[in-house]
Ligand binder design. Structure first.
Ligand SMILES: C[S@@+](CC[C@H](N)C(=O)[O-])C[C@H]1O[C@@H](n2cnc3c(N)ncnc32)[C@H](O)[C@@H]1O
Length: 323
C-alpha cells in the first residue's frame, strides 16, 4: 500500500510504499505508472528501506564506530557557542542524532540550552536516552523523520543540528523547508556531510567488483549523497537560507577490528545484499564482506594497524541562516 505521497519541487512525485517485510520502496515518477512485478523487483533492489536503515544490527554496528565522530560534534558545539555564548538560553533541535550526538556534546558545553534530540529510528533514540543518562545531560527525546517536523510549532528553535544525517533524508528539500518553518527568525541550521570518505571508497570498489556494475553506482544507503561541490549550499539557497559558513574538516573514522569493519559494511550495503540473497544469490552477504576485507588494504586513505582499520574522511560543515 502506498502510505504517503510527497510532492517535490520538481515535476516528479516521490512515492513511498511501506511493506510488511519492513522494506520501504521509494519511487520517483513523472506520471501514474502501472506497478509491474519487474518494476517492483528492480526498485526493491535499488532502493533502501530508508526509514529502517539504521535500526537493529545497523544501530549496533554504527555505535561501534560512532565515537570517532567526536570532532564533528565538538564543531557543532563550538559554532553554537560562538554565536550564542556558552550560557546561552537557547533551544536546539537535533535531527538524525543517532545514538545521541551532537545533542549530548552540546548539552555538556551549553548547560542552559534546551535540546530536542530526534531520529527516525526508535533503536537510535533508545541508545540516545542511555547515552544522555550516562553523560548526565538533560535532553528531550523523540522519534521524528527529518522531512516531517509537524510535531513542532512554527518559530520554535534557535538552532537545528544535523550531523551526518541530511544525506539520508529522502526529501532533503522538504526537510530544509521544514527547518525554515520551525526556526525563529535569525535561527540557523548546522549541517555536516561527507565530501570524501575512504570507507565508502572501499565499498564502491568492492561493489563494482562484486556486482559487475560500473564504478560509481551509489549504495542503497548513501552517506556520500551530498558529496558534490556546493550540494549543501544549493539546498540551503533553494530553501531561502543564507550560507554563512561552509568549511571542510578532517574526520577520520576508526573500526577497532575486522568484525566491526565487516558489520559496518552492512549499514550501507545490507538492503542490497539481502535483496540479492532473496533473489537467489545465496551467501551474497558473506561473499561481499570477504571481498571488502580483501580489497581494503589497496584503497587510498585506509590504514590497517594491529587489526584496527582507520579511514580518512573530509567532511563539510555548513551554517545556513534564516533571514
Ligand atoms: C550517520 S548517522 C548520524 C548520527 C549522529 N548524528 C552522529 O553524529 O553520529 C545518521 C542518522 O540519521 C538517521 N536518519 C536516517 N534517515 C533519517 C530521516 N529521514 N530523518 C531523520 N533521521 C534520519 C539514522 O537513523 C541515523 O541515526
Amino acid at each position: 500500500m502506498t502510505d504517503r505521497v510527497v510532492r517535490t519541487r520538481y515535476p516528479l512525485t516521490l512515492f513511498r510504499e511501506s511493506h510488511a517485510d519492513g522494506a520501504d520502496i521509494i519511487m520517483l515518477r513523472r506520471m501514474p505508472l502501472m506497478m509491474t512485478p519487474t518494476f517492483r523487483t528492480a526498485t526493491r533492489v535499488l532502493s533502501a528501506p530508508v526509514s529502517q536503515a539504521f535500526d537493529g544490527a545497523s544501530a549496533e554496528a554504527y555505535e561501534t564506530i560512532f565515537e570517532s565522530l567526536a570532532p564533528a560534534w565538538k564543531k557543532h558545539a563550538d559554532i553554537i557557542s560562538n554565536y550564542a555564548g556558552s550560557d546561552g538560553d537557547i533551544s536546539i533541535l537535533d535531527i538524525g542524532a543517532g545514538p545521541g550526538e551532537p545533542s549530548c556534546t552540546i548539552a555538556a558545553a551549553l548547560p542552559k540550552a534546551k535540546i530536542t534530540c530526534t531520529d527516525v529510528s526508535e533503536d537510535m533514540i533508545s541508545k540516545a536516552k542511555t547515552r544522555a543518562e550516562n553523560k548526565g545531560v538533560q535532553l528531550s527525546l523523540g522519534v521524528c523523520p527529518g522531512e516531517d517536523l509537524s510535531q513542532f510549532p512554527d518559530a520554535s528553535f534557535d538552532y537545528i543540528t544535523m550531523n551526518f544525517s541530511l544525506m539520508f533524508v529522502p526529501d532533503r528539500e522538504k526537510c530544509l523547508d521544514e527547518c525554515v518553518r520551525v526556526l525563529k527568525p535569525g535561527g540557523k541550521v548546522l549541517s555536516m556531510c561527507w565530501k570524501t570518505n575512504a570507507f565508502m571508497a572501499a565499498i564502491g570498489k568492492a561493489t563494482a567488483e562484486f556486482t559487475g556494475e560500473p564504478p560509481g553506482v551509489p549504495p542503497p544507503v548513501n552517506p556520500m549523497a551530498l558529496k558534490a561541490e556546493n550540494a549543501q549550499e544549493d539546498l540551503a539557497k533553494g530553501a531561502g537560507l543564507e550560507v554563512m559558513l561552509a568549511e571542510e574538516m578532517n574526520v577520520p573514522i576508526l573500526a577497532k577490528n575486522e568484525a566491526i569493519f565487516r558489520a559496518c559494511s552492512l549499514i550501507v550495503m545490507g538492503p542490497k545484499l539481502q535483496a540479492m540473497e532473496a533473489e537467489g544469490r545465496v551467501g551474497a552477504t558473506k561473499e561481499f564482506q570477504d571481498l571488502f576485507v580483501q580489497l581494503a588494504p589497496s584503497v587510498p586513505g585506509i590504514t590497517i594497524d594491529q587489526g584496527a582499520y582507520a579511514f580518512n574522511g573530509m567532511a563539510q560543515v555548513c551554517v545556513m541562516g534564516k533571514p
